[in-house]
Structures are given as structure tokens and as C-alpha cells.
Design a binder for this molecule. Structure first.
Ligand SMILES: [Zn+2]
Length: 314
């Protein structure tokens, strides 16, 4: 690992606060920026851009989950920097290392910013060791949903479907050993699966479950993957009952809806708490229109209302 990570020149590190717990913390020296939260805010990106200060650095290293990688992508874009961006994911699931867009929130509203792919990616399963169980589950489910959504996206291509299949196969194969037993070999399998899921959505973008998840995540302060899997369950069930898409049948040959529900139950993914009156209206009116239009079955506001009702009830 050490040999692979010798970096020359001035290094700008975008990392989460857990960086100090990682085995590679002594291998990467440079100016650090950690001033962002999960579901990162645009203001934080601007702060990071100020710290980055244009052309002062030779390399940008993003070490962390999807938030760190997305913040780094945006800093590079806003600064118009030519410095290469090296992404080192410390979760298995966001796929941020293999997508060109970054998800940033402005006043609680999600924006997808086109930044381009990181220049180089290191997948190091040993970095997953310190992840809390709940975070592992959320990231895993994000990847699984990305792969399934990409599969049924109207923009799916032969290449993207091959990535989705590969992603789901790897994620399911490594799931038990990675989530429950923390086995290195399975962590590697899941990390690779998540990377393939990212490649799939880099071609197709995501669909309704992601579209509905962003406000759910910001309103109740729950991790992205948690919000996505709750929306996925509701949307998938609706599409199963109300459409007869061949693509759904094909997906079910590899990941059935019942198996997906079983995973959510096993992971104990609960509906959000502290629900207030009027929340469903807020949610329905905040769905990401681009991603929603990418869904193979159209969902109007009335349908979205009933889906959110289900999601909040659990
Ligand atoms: Zn996602």
C-alpha cells in the first residue's frame, strides 16, 4: 500500500473526520480540509475552495465516503484546477469514485453538479475496517439501489446493464461476510460491486427512488443510503403491481423484490422519526424532477403522495 501512495509536490486532502483512524493517515501528508457534513452543503464547498486557493497544490486526494469525494470534485471544478484528483473511498457504496457528477445541497435542496471523473481511484478494502455497522449497511444499500435503478432506467445500455448485473452479483456475494463478519475478502468483493454500480449510474443516472430520497434524507437527517432504500421499496412495489416491464422480470432473476425486502428487514432499516404534519407535501414538492423523469413508470404527484405515506409509515 505504501508504495502505491507516494505523492510528490503539494497535496490537498479532502477527508472526513475519521481520516485519523485510517491506516494510511501517515502515508499522505498535506493540507487537510474536513469542513463539510454528510450530504455536503454548497457553503462548505466554497470554504474548501478558499482553503484550496487555486493553483497552490499539485494533487488533490479525496479520502472518505461519497461526501468527501463529491466535495473534492466540486473544489477542483470551481477552482478550474488542473491538479489530478485521486479518489480513495472509505465506504463501499456511494460509487462517487466512478461517477462524474457530485451531489451538493444548497438550502436543503439537492443539486447534481457535473464535475468529471476522478483521475485515479484506489480501492482499498482494508479502509472499510473502521466503518460503523450502520454506515456499512447504508452505503451497501445505496450501491444495491443504484445498480437496480440503473438496470431499469430507460437510458440503460448493454454496457450499463452488464455493470448492474456485475454489481448486484458481487454485492450479494460479499454481503454477509462483509456486513456481519468484517471479512477482508468479502469487503473487497463489495467494494468492487459498489464501484460497478457507480459505473452503471454514470451511464444512465438514477431514477425515482433516488429522486425521492434527497429531501427525505435532508428533512429527517438520515444517511443517503437509508433514505434511498426506503424509497426503493415503495417504488419497486408500485412498479411491480402497476406495470409489466420485462426489465423488472429480468432484474428479479438476479435480485428479487422479496429478497430486497428481506435484506432491509435483516438490516433493520427503520422509517424516519419526528414526522410532522405537512411533511408529505414538502416531500412531494421537493422530488428531483430530472431523476424522476428518468423512471420507466411515470409517477405523478398523487402517486408520490401515497408512496411517501407508505415510506413514513414503514
Ligand atoms: Zn446514491
Amino acid at each position: 500500500m505504501a508504495q502505491q501512495l507516494i505523492l510528490s509536490g503539494k497535496v490537498f486532502i479532502v477527508c472526513g473526520k475519521s481520516f485519523d483512524l485510517l491506516p494510511l493517515k501517515n502515508l499522505i501528508q498535506g493540507v487537510r480540509f474536513s469542513g463539510f457534513t454528510p450530504n455536503p452543503d454548497y457553503e462548505d464547498v466554497l470554504k474548501g475552495t478558499t482553503v484550496f486557493g487555486g493553483g497552490k497544490f499539485d494533487t488533490i486526494v479525496a479520502i472518505g465516503g461519497g461526501s468527501a469525494i463529491d466535495v473534492a470534485k466540486c473544489i477542483k471544478k470551481i477552482s478550474k484546477s488542473q491538479a489530478p484528483l485521486i479518489a480513495i473511498p472509505t465506504t463501499a457504496g456511494s460509487g462517487a469514485e466512478s461517477t462524474g457528477s457530485a451531489v451538493i445541497y444548497k438550502g436543503g435542496v439537492k443539486h447534481s453538479i457535473d464535475c468529471g471523473l476522478p483521475d485515479c481511484v484506489f480501492l482499498m478494502p482494508e479502509l472499510l475496517k473502521t466503518l460503523p455497522l450502520y454506515q456499512k449497511k447504508c452505503a451497501f444499500l445505496d450501491a444495491l439501489c443504484q445498480a437496480a435503478e440503473s438496470w431499469w432506467s430507460p437510458y440503460a445500455t448493454e454496457e450499463s446493464i452488464a455493470y448492474s448485473k456485475k454489481a448486484i452479483g458481487l454485492l450479494l456475494a460479499g454481503m454477509d461476510g462483509y456486513i456481519e463478519k468484517n471479512l477482508d475478502e468479502d469487503a473487497e468483493t463489495v467494494m468492487l460491486g459498489a464501484n460497478y454500480a457507480g459505473r452503471a449510474i454514470n451511464i444512465t443516472a438514477t431514477t425515482a427512488p433516488h429522486a425521492m430520497s434527497y429531501k427525505l434524507s435532508s428533512l429527517y437527517n438520515i444517511p443517503h443510503g437509508h433514505a434511498v432504500c426506503l424509497c426503493m421499496q415503495a417504488v419497486w412495489e408500485y412498479m411491480k403491481v402497476n406495470s409489466n416491464l420485462t426489465i423488472l422480470t429480468e432484474l428479479e432473476n438476479i435480485l428479487s423484490f422479496d429478497d430486497f425486502k428481506k435484506i432491509l428487514r435483516g438490516f433493520e432499516m427503520q422509517p424516519p422519526k419526528n414526522i410532522s404534519e405537512g411533511d408529505i407535501d414538502i416531500l412531494v414538492n421537493s422530488v428531483d424532477a430530472d431523476r424522476l423523469n428518468n423512471n420507466p413508470v411515470p409517477l405523478n404527484k398523487k402517486i408520490l403522495y401515497t408512496l411517501y405515506e407508505k415510506i413514513l409509515k414503514g
